[in-house]
Design a protein around this ligand. Structure first.
Ligand SMILES: *Cc1c(COP(=O)(O)O)cnc(C)c1O
Length: 348
């Protein structure tokens, strides 16, 4: 059996829905690449189809598949207020006739009024999602426990809730979407030639781990460079490696991914999750100016800033930037982006 067929057979054991516009295109980024001396292309997972797209469409195909199979009528999730995962959860739930209950954590200190009203929050409200709040930002176990308690209350009231957990202790169902995306990439490489390196934002690590496990299961040695958007490189490496092992176990694959396979760069993270820095603003502006392509302030802007910071190490390789979406959050950061463009620093 061909590698891709083996992956399809492994994934067939899990319930899913089919929503993603796949394969997503791979495009050259010649002008941005030339600016940094790189052979650079982009995988357009910002174009996955539903509700402004992004990487969560591929992940949610498996969570919503499980929710549909469980005959759920409401889907619960916890995340940051400007979470793309919550917007996509609300959209996918709507599409399959379920309600969504979004628990907003306080992950970003001193958010502006825009942060609480515009971007993803505006879209969540248009979908008619229900909101709950959680007062902490870095208490994954507590946030998950609060969601489970809300689900239990809904159950007692006769509803059929389905919970999408975010903590690292849960089965990494969403990563299955990126195991499949790895097979999609390998199929595209047959026409485009192989890439040496992938650069991708690493948050929950489901995207990072899924790509790594999928590529290694297909016998590819492509280096996957994760760029930290939430935790420092050491904690994110440990988390990502654990997710890879859980994913291999879930799929019944031999343990192929090693700790040395997990690369993380945290040079674009400061001052922290969801908070802009100069390198990220420069990356967002330069990608827009040279390619007409929008990155987002929380994930892909930082991922591109991290790629640019590592340009020297990437020189001479065929590099694929994996665009994971997130652009609606640009509007929640309009004040800071406008100030940067108007400010004394001048053009990027
Ligand atoms: C969630 C998200 C990521 C991070 O993906 P993980 O699978 O959580 O690591 C990257 N980019 C965007 C736009 C996201 O919404």
């Amino acid at each position: 059996m061909q590698g891709a067929a083996i992956i399809q057979k492994l994934l067939a054991a899990f319930p899913r829905v089919a929503v993603c516009h796949a394969p997503t295109p791979i495009e050259a980024m010649s002008r941005l690449g030339a600016a940094h001396g790189l052979d650079l292309s982009v995988k357009r997972d910002d174009c996955t189809g539903l509700a402004f797209g992004g990487n969560k469409v591929r992940q949610l195909e498996f969570y919503i598949g499980a929710a549909v199979e469980a005959r759920a009528d409401v889907v619960l999730i916890t995340s940051a207020a400007q979470s793309n995962f919550m917007r996509m959860t609300a959209a996918m739930a709507a599409r399959f006739g379920m309600k969504a209950r979004l628990q907003l954590e306080e992950r970003v200190p001193d958010p502006s009024p825009l942060y609480r009203q515009n971007g993803n929050i505006l879209l969540d409200r248009l979908i008619g999602a229900e909101f709950a709040s959680y007062p902490e930002g870095e208490d994954e176990a507590g946030a998950d426990a609060a969601v489970l308690a809300a689900a239990a209350a809904l159950s007692s009231a006769g509803a059929r809730p389905y919970v999408i957990p975010l903590g690292a202790g849960h089965a990494p169902l969403g990563a299955l979407g990126y195991v499949e995306a790895a097979a999609e990439l390998v199929a595209q490489e047959a026409a485009l030639g192989a890439f040496d390196a992938i650069v991708v934002g690493s948050g929950s690590a489901l995207t990072h781990a899924g790509l790594l496990v999928g590529l290694r299961a297909l016998g590819r040695r492509t280096t996957v460079y994760g760029v930290c958007v939430r935790r420092d490189a050491a904690s994110q490496a440990a988390r990502t490696f654990k997710r890879c092992q859980a994913l291999e176990a879930m799929l019944g694959l031999p343990k192929t991914v090693t700790a040395a396979d997990v690369h993380l760069h945290d040079g674009a993270l400061a001052p922290g999750y969801g908070r802009l820095n100069e390198a990220t603003i420069r990356a967002i502006r330069q990608t827009a100016e040279l390619e007409g392509l929008f990155l987002d302030p929380v994930y892909t802007g930082k991922a591109m800033a991290g790629l640019i910071q590592q340009a020297e190490a990437l020189r001479g390789q065929r590099v694929l930037f994996w665009h994971t979406g997130g652009q609606p959050a640009l509007f929640a950061y309009a004040d800071q982006l406008t100030a940067a463009m108007d400010g004394p620093a001048g053009p990027a």
